[in-house]
Design a protein around this ligand. Structure first.
Ligand code: SAM
Length: 341
């Protein structure tokens, strides 16, 4: 199937049926093998805080959730997660968190530059939400290599049903283009099956990604959280998420696509199936076990109890059982010149 020649209407039809799933998944696997073989890249995820000034209606760490103990990791905490991760073979650290004014540009730059100094063979990915150009530029100058910022949905009306009025799709998009201009490897993405989402919205997501041309694309099913206004909405399905992973692999043959924790949360073999549908990244949790449960973006999130080494071992076995192999490398996007910049 030549996915790139399909009209919006044809794409919509494919999204709405399970008729092509086997074909899509087999083709997606062939394409990932053409560019990446059986390699699966590791990202050590460090959830640096669950404090957030935003109030996204789907998110468990939204500002209005009063049923949550809030935490912040110190620079020393974060460095010791990296230390442990480095010993385990991780060569990318992802610092993710809510939008928390406590972490000023100076604090983030201090953390990033120290990680790069102590672990010069590693890439640093930030996922800290929407910031101004100066902040992104300062993080980049401090050594940050990559930035993850899902656009969440590329439809204005849908965006405004998922977010409070003070947030806008236009601003989120402009952040993504700024990050690209600053030379980051950029990741975007969306939730599958978020409340009010239609197949047309998913086509808009694909079209936006074609315009952005990101290096990484993260998608996962929406999963309701009990302390959010979306508690009673159904979650996204395994089938539709896998179909979207396969479509993304065919549209973006060289993209780095994670098989997400959310996929593993809705099905015991979700991450293995994600890899078979074209994903080529896994993100074991490196956060200190004492805070894991507090970074609950959605109900029943998995991997909140194990130490980093167990988490990595478990994922390694899962990756192998799916027919792929974890490689200990920075895992830059295909064609990226990884010489120090
Ligand atoms: N604050 C940063 C940002 O906005 O990009 C990073 C943290 S944010 C919690 C990370 C991602 O979690 C979001 O991009 C969103 O797609 C995902 N997420 C939040 N709530 C979710 C839910 N209920 N189900 C599935 N994914 C969710």
């Amino acid at each position: 199937m030549d996915i790139n020649s399909l009209s919006d209407k044809e794409l919509c039809e494919i999204i709405n049926t399970d008729k092509y799933d086997c074909e899509l998944i087999a083709e997606a696997d062939a394409v990932r093998r053409r560019y990446y073989g059986t390699a699966v890249y590791l990202r050590g995820l460090i959830e640096i805080c669950n404090v957030c000034k935003n109030d996204c209606l789907y998110c468990g760490i939204r500002r209005s959730n009063g049923n949550l103990d809030r935490y912040r990791l110190s620079k020393e905490d974060i460095l010791s997660c990296c230390e442990q991760g480095h010993k385990l073979g991780f060569r990318t650290f992802v610092l993710q968190g809510g939008e928390d004014p406590y972490y000023t540009d100076e604090v983030i730059c201090g953390i990033v530059s120290e990680i790069k100094e102590r672990f010069p063979d590693c890439a640093v990915t930030l996922s800290l939400g929407e910031k101004g150009r100066e902040s992104y530029a300062a993080f980049r100058a401090a050594g940050a290599d990559r930035y993850l910022l899902r656009h969440e949905t590329a439809d204005d009306a849908h965006y405004s049903r998922l977010h409070p009025a003070v947030m806008s799709l236009a601003h989120r998009k402009s952040c993504l283009f700024t990050l690209k201009e600053l030379g980051y490897q950029v990741g975007s993405g969306f939730m599958v099956g978020s409340p009010y989402q239609t197949a047309d919205n998913l086509v808009e997501d694909l079209r936006f990604l074609q315009e952005l041309r990101p290096d990484m694309i993260g998608i996962g099913p929406f999963i309701p959280h009990k302390d959010t206004p979306f508690r009673d909405f159904p979650g996204g399905t395994l089938e539709l998420t896998l179909r979207m992973v396969a479509i993304l692999r065919l549209m973006f043959p060289t993209a780095l696509i994670p098989s997400t924790t959310a996929l593993g949360t809705i099905h015991p073999l979700g991450r293995e199936l994600g890899l078979k549908a074209g994903a080529n990244v896994v993100m074991p949790n490196l956060s200190p076990v004492r805070v894991r449960k507090l970074y609950e973006l959605y109900d029943n999130k998995i991997c909140t109890g194990e130490e980093a080494a167990e988490c990595k071992g478990c994922l390694e076995r899962r990756v192998q059982s799916a027919g792929y192999e974890i490689v200990s490398a920075r895992g830059d996007v295909y064609g990226f010149d990884s010489k120090p910049q």
